[in-house]
Design a protein. Sequence first.
Length: 128
Amino acid sequence: MKTIQTDKAPKAVGPYSQGVMRNDTLYVSGQLPFDPETNDFVSGWVRAQTTQSLNNILAVVNAAGLHKEDIVKCGIYLKNIAHFDEMNEAYEAFFEDHKPARFAVEVARLPKEVLVEIDAIAVKEKTE
């Protein structure tokens, strides 16, 4: 197991890694909508927070030597499921034609009172 750390995503705020690579699979910890340069959460609504969370995921994915197209699954945690459509618009704009598997659920609370948190799984394509 190899831990993945990058300054281009927010630092872990607990006893966990930004990402863990096991064989060809990368598990990215839940990413909050924090700007890694300021360590402040992105103000704005769900769209901006979704985009920042996805950019943080991509930074960890890239640090592991993988690409956006290697992301195979995302888990989305929303403070309010009524924000689903707005989150979905930002998600679709980020991934464009790439369509990872995914789930989205409403949760009672998220750290720092943010509106969204997203985790991901990416798999390195085997070359023969």
